[in-house]
Design a protein around this ligand. Structure first.
Ligand SMILES: Nc1ncnc2c1ncn2[C@@H]1O[C@H](COP(=O)(O)OP(=O)(O)OP(=O)(O)O)[C@@H](O)[C@H]1O
Length: 380
């Protein structure tokens, strides 16, 4: 018998629409797993099926080895938290947090203790007597989280709980949400379309598309080695550069070695080092996220010549945007087209500048593309 949640080949259908097309995953006790994917990929449907709110067309959902088919929502001991926490407006903060405990018949002194404890966990100590209508959106979601955690659910199911909040609040709350789950040792399944949020909250992230789970891995592993271009795109990789097999490491001696590899190909191979050699072979692609191309040579220095330290990769600035303490440039790299580069200094750059570019390998992943793509070096 296994501990925790086991989702096995779950299918959810709405009439002709297959929203979830056979998903298998586990959530260990105390583990936080995020489901990441675009709107309509089926992540909410999967969450609702685990909750018991949607019938399974096929497959099974088990907790601690017991099949939950036929177990109604309120008997699963799973907590639910949605985008809009839906607090009871006529109860104060403590009354909201105490709700589940009251339903379970928890004695009053223990209830009061637990409410204090939970308000502390979500950073709202002393808020018990406040009317919920006087709270900010972020505070209301904190109360909703405390209310969901109070009855010690075996699993907390969260559907985009932060998406109604503004960005800076979301970032802070994502960190606080993770801390609250870890502190209370609560296993959670967390649905989001925001990769930063998934990375901030989860121990492992599952990337979903069109009702399928494409990859499930810890954030660092997912970031370093996305299984496909589709996964990489969801994670925020935006530019894809083919990496032809270098002549030296090709299985057969290449009758047409590349005498002049594209400077960017060489720079990527140099920056990636053994990572690109490890996965030598056909169809390798480097995926570049924002931050992968960095304007070298210090602020205000333009490279109009041979490239200097940048290994000869040059780009022409097409557009300039402000990026929180740095410039985010759209640069046209010969043979690659438009790509994003970051640069020190927020107002030192103008469209038309030619800049030298370096590669920051922490923002680059190597993946294998099944269909061949044209090479920067002019090889097929
Ligand atoms: N009650 C329903 N009746 C019919 N079709 C539905 C229903 N709920 C969802 N769907 C469809 O199932 C598919 C998956 O929807 P689901 O809400 O699970 O996706 P999602 O990834 O959570 O998207 P979002 O982030 O927009 O909520 C979509 O094509 C959607 O239109």
């Amino acid at each position: 018998m296994r501990d925790g949640l086991e989702v096995r080949d779950v299918v959810v259908r709405y009439g002709e629409t297959t929203a979830v097309g056979g998903v298998r995953l586990d959530v260990a006790p105390g583990e936080v797993l995020a489901l990441l994917g675009p709107s309509g990929c089926g992540k909410s449907s999967l969450l609702r099926a685990v909750a018991g709110l949607e019938p399974l067309a096929a497959g099974s959902v088990r907790w601690a080895g017991a099949d939950l088919a036929g177990v109604p929502v309120h008997r699963r001991r799973f907590g639910l938290l949605f985008q809009d926490g839906q607090l009871f407006p006529h109860r104060d903060v403590a009354g909201n947090v105490a709700f589940g405990l009251q339903m379970a018949g928890t004695p009053r002194p223990e209830r009061a203790r637990r409410v204090e404890e939970l308000l502390d966990v979500v950073g709202l100590r002393g808020y018990g007597r406040r009317a919920v209508g006087t709270l900010s959106g972020g505070e209301q979601q904190r109360v909703a989280l405390a209310r969901a955690l109070a009855p010690r659910p075996q699993l907390l199911l969260l559907d985009e709980p932060l998406s109604a909040l503004d960005r800076s609040l979301r970032e802070r709350l994502a960190a606080d949400l993770r801390a609250a789950l870890v502190t209370t040792g609560t296993a959670a399944l967390f649905v989001t379309h925001d990769h930063d949020e998934a990375f901030a909250v989860a121990d492992r992230v599952g990337v979903m598309d069109a009702g399928r789970l494409l990859q499930l891995a810890p954030p660092a592993e997912l970031w370093r080695a996305p299984a496909s271009r589709r996964v990489a795109e969801f994670l925020g990789y935006e530019t894809f550069v083919p990496l032809p097999t270098p002549a030296a490491s090709a299985p057969d001696p290449d009758p047409h070695p590349h005498p002049h590899p594209h400077p960017l190909t060489s720079a990527l191979r140099g920056a990636l080092g053994p990572r690109s050699a490890d996965v030598a072979g056909e169809g390798l692609v480097a995926a570049l996220a924002e931050g992968a191309l960095v304007v070298g040579g210090g602020a205000g220095v333009r490279d109009t010549g041979g490239g200097g330290d940048s290994g000869g990769v040059r780009g022409r600035v097409v557009a300039v945007a402000f990026g929180r303490g740095r410039a985010v440039l759209t640069v046209d790299v010969d043979g690659l087209g438009p790509a994003t580069a970051v640069a020190p200094g927020v107002d030192a750059w103008r469209p038309g500048d030619v800049v030298g570019l370096e590669v920051d390998r922490h923002h680059v992943a190597v993946l294998r593309e099944t269909s061949r793509v044209a090479s920067l070096d002019g090889e097929p």
